[in-house]
Design a protein around this ligand. Structure first.
Ligand code: AMP
Ligand code: MG
Length: 831
């Protein structure tokens, strides 16, 4: 029930009889007439009145030295006019204008849900308590720093929020009593003001340094505490929003032993706070410190009031636990950098580092040609490839690939070498890819549709042993390297190839023995800046990825997989190889067909496609086309999405149109196509489809800028480790060292790939993708001298990569550890 302030007394009292001898007296006081500090005098006055009335007398309150009206007049006089530049008001406003310049508009908090456009102000609370010994330690540290206990707690809260992704500039709101004169102590009225305490957590300070900063900032703020907060908001005029509180979203209040004991003669009574189901802020941390009889620190009782729009109770509870843990750690060791304090509890740390990464799986040490050959031996007469009107059996495909492989070996193709393939989608493309991997060389796809300068760059950069193409491409290509390539369908070459034996190619025929550590393909990715760079992926990585995929989705002999992804994208790698190592059929879409929804729908039906891939925007375009619905009831079993975030609405649309499985896979080219997977469910209602859990022999880490794991629910940068990591970037040792860093969580020599993607763990160990980190996140204290790495590598031809990590072993002592990763997968050494 609101108060009508224009005509009602802002004060309502009701008595509820629960039993003859048990009552609740409900006092509702509008904030305009009283604040938290008013509670003590109010309760004292009430007790005096009750006692007097019980004795049949009117209460005799001691006269107050001043009235609230006196205070308001005094305040106006002291503050003066804004128009007067020498007034306190003008000076204080000036101070705040300077102090709050460039304040972040909104603090990034580890919320469970995105913020609604308009805050509902519904709130929940969780309670907690710190024991007397922690309280005593906080008091002792405060004394040592000549700071208040509040300042120490504020520093801890700011440090915690910063560690949970709030950045380094953390504004915290704080109520200040405003009773700057003793004469006001016994008044019931609104004196409280709200200060914005901007907390600078930058530069990875020690906790003691942080407390000192807080002290300086708070003392300055207290000296300018008289400008009412609402005037300040008007004056600073930050971007207004119905979604959040202006200037700060987190409140901290700390009260030392508030004395609100109620002494009602003859009654046992105590004061209960009202029901709290509202939230004025995103988070409000309310602490009240008790003292023991002898005045020493007792327990500290705490309440976190949280916005239900943003947080679940468990998250608020976890936050309380983290604040206590962090506070205990920093008061025990105030010289420690706040960035280095462990904010995970042991079980959590175990879960995010190991439990959710428990992906170890025995996988054969095989190469792609071994897997291909095994399938040819098993089902030689099955149809391997369909393209337009042509069908090719496993035996035919293998024979053609073996002939071409022998020719390519003669012309220099072999392990640690590259063969560029400038071919449109066709049977020839499948033959050529198989042939190259059979030689042990890595294939380098060059999409003939690429612009000429990109083609030229790839060919110049990769320096392939040779280029394979077809007449149609060679004749029209602006790139000289392509025009001079080996033309697969030229009459004389067809005759030449016919002369080579078609039987299985033996390892002894290769230029050197093929190992799973040798690259299987090199795919050029553009990256946001600079020229495309070639990612060299070894057999071990892609074989793990393919065998995991089979284990997860069970391709069978009657499955038909659509090949429509351009060969320059790594999704095409599983499209090509997965069916061919499992005895299924690869159906190749005609060139350009991947952009044509109606053609695709027809192909899916006519060719009884069971499995295909879409990037989300193309899935959207496909589902928007009326022909998509014709695929309902077709053989289509599973659609695999990857490459971009899959929106929840698109998932809903998918299940409305089609009756197939929908899977969301995530991964960069640098880690063998995909590293996490999630199966979508029609009844699921999450706004963002998770990217799921790691695949076999893959570990994923969500880390902060100090390479420390962040708690579940907190955004961090995603790092990947395990067998699927690429060898690195071709001819780019420095860039490789920058992105493939030493993994602090694995044995010496293990690397992790820094994706540049932001992600967070869900409560069940499912990952959510949150966008690109770009350059927001930089590894703290970590600068690689690129030139030095180039020098090291030039001097050590047996070293494949230098992986570097900065570690802080003792406060302020940063150590740069470089791991030398040898070629051919041997043990790495640290230096
Ligand atoms: P690429 O190396 O070209 O395959 O691009 C990899 C990048 O695509 C990742 O680092 C992500 O930014 C993005 N990406 C791939 N799959 C997904 C996915 N399922 N959801 C969101 N982003 C994705
Ligand atoms: Mg990809």
């Amino acid at each position: 029930r609101p108060f009508d302030l224009s005509c009602e007394v802002p004060w309502r009292v009701e008595l509820f009889a629960l039993a003859e001898d048990e009552h609740v007296l409900s006092l509702t006081l509008h904030h305009i007439a009283g604040d938290g500090w008013s509670l003590a005098p109010l309760v004292r006055d009430l007790a005096a009145a009750y006692t007097a009335r019980c004795a049949g007398a009117a209460p005799e309150w001691a006269a107050l030295p001043v009235q609230y009206a006196d205070y308001t007049l005094w305040q106006q006089q002291v503050l003066g006019s804004e128009d007067d530049p020498d007034s306190a008001l003008a000076r204080q406003l000036d101070f705040w204008r300077q102090t709050l310049t460039g304040l972040p508009e909104e603090l990034a908090l580890p919320a469970d849900r995105p913020r609604p456009a308009v805050a509902s102000h519904r709130g929940g609370t969780v309670e907690f308590a710190w024991d007397a010994s922690l309280h005593a330690a906080v008091v002792a540290l405060a004394r040592k720093c000549r700071a208040s206990v509040f300042m120490v707690v504020q520093a801890a809260l700011a440090a915690l929020l910063s560690r949970l992704g709030a950045g380094e500039d953390v504004p915290i709101g704080s109520p200040i009593a405003g009773r700057t004169d003793e004469a006001l102590d016994d008044l019931v009225g609104f004196f409280v003001n709200t200060l914005v305490l901007r907390t600078d957590v930058s530069g990875d300070p020690t906790f003691q340094e942080l407390v000192e900063r807080v002290r300086e900032a708070d003392l300055a703020a207290y000296a300018h505490q008289d400008v009412p907060f609402e005037r300040l908001v008007e004056e600073l005029n930050p971007v207004r929003s119905m979604a959040r509180h202006p200037l700060f979203q987190v409140m901290l209040a700390y009260q030392d032993s508030p004395d609100t004991r109620l002494e009602l003669g003859g009654l046992r009574a105590d004061v209960q706070p009202g029901v709290r189901n509202t939230a004025k802020f995103d988070l409000s941390v309310d602490l009240s410190a008790q003292r023991t009889e002898d005045g020493s620190p007792g327990v500290v009782e705490g309440v976190i009031e949280y916005s239900v729009d943003l947080f679940d109770p468990e998250t608020a509870q976890a936050l309380a636990g983290r604040l206590e843990r962090l506070l205990a750690a920093v008061v025990a060791d105030p010289d420690r950098a706040v960035g280095a304090v462990e904010i995970l509890d042991e079980a959590e740390r175990e879960r995010v580092l190991s439990g959710w990464n428990d992906t170890a799986q025995e996988v054969p040490r095989a190469t792609l040609p071994e897997l291909l050959a095994a399938q040819v031996a098993a089902t030689p007469q099955a149809v391997a490839v369909v393209f337009e009107d042509t069908e090719v059996t496993y035996a035919e495909l293998d024979a053609r690939a073996n002939r071409l492989a022998r020719l390519l070996i003669e012309r220099g193709a072999g392990p640690e070498r590259f063969v560029a393939l400038a071919l449109p989608r066709s049977v020839e493309l499948v033959v050529a890819i198989s042939a190259v991997v059979k030689t042990g060389a890595a294939y380098v796809p060059v999409d003939p549709e690429y612009p000429a300068d990109r083609i030229a760059h790839i060919v110049e950069d990769a320096r392939p042993a040779l280029v394979v193409t077809v007449a149609e491409v060679a004749q029209s290509s602006p790139a000289e390297a392509i025009r001079g390539g080996f033309v697969l369908d030229a009459q004389e070459n067809a005759e030449l190839l016919a002369g080579y034996p078609a039987g299985e190619l033996l390892d002894s025929e290769r230029l050197r023995s093929l190992s799973p550590a040798h690259p299987a393909y090199v795919i050029y990715t553009s990256g946001s800046t600079g020229k495309p760079k070639g990612v060299a992926v070894p057999h071990a990585g892609i074989v793990n990825r393919l065998l995991w995929m089979q284990h997860r989705y069970h391709l069978k002999a009657d499955d038909r997989v659509l090949q429509k992804t351009p060969s320059g994208f790594d999704v095409s790698v599983w499209e090509f190889f997965w069916p061919l190592i499992e005895g299924a059929t690869l159906v190749v879409a005609r060139p350009g067909g991947h952009r044509d929804p109606a053609y695709l729908a027809r192909l899916i039906r006519d060719q009884r496609i069971t499995t295909l891939h879409f990037v989300p925007p193309m899935l959207q375009a496909f589902l928007d086309d009326p022909s998509a619905a014709d695929c309902r009831g077709s053989a289509l079993r599973r659609v695999i999405c990857s490459g971009e975030a899959l929106p929840g609405e698109l998932r809903q649309r998918f299940f409305a149109v089609l009756d197939a499985e929908l899977h969301n896979l995530y991964g960069p080219t640098e880690a063998s196509v995909d590293v996490t997977a999630w199966e979508c469910m029609p009844e699921e209602d999450r706004r963002n489809v998770p990217i799921g859990r790691p695949v076999w022999n893959t570990r994923v880490y969500v880390l902060d800028a100090g390479l420390r794991p962040v708690p579940p629910g907190v955004s961090g940068e995603l790092y990947l480790a395990g067998v699927q990591l690429a060898r690195g970037y071709v001819n780019r040792p420095a860039m490789t060292a920058e992105r493939f860093v030493a993994c602090p969580f694995g044995p010496a020599g293990t690397r992790m790939y820094r994706t540049g993607d932001l992600a967070r763990w869900g409560a069940e160990g499912e990952l959510e993708y949150l966008g690109r980190a770009d350059d927001q996140v930089k590894i703290r204290g970590f600068r690689i001298e690129l030139g030095e790495i180039e020098t090291v590598l030039a001097a050590h031809p047996d070293v494949a990569q230098v992986a570097v990590v900065a570690r802080e072993d003792r406060p302020g002592v940063k150590q740069l550890v470089a791991y030398l990763v040898p070629r051919d997968g041997g043990a790495a050494g640290a230096d």
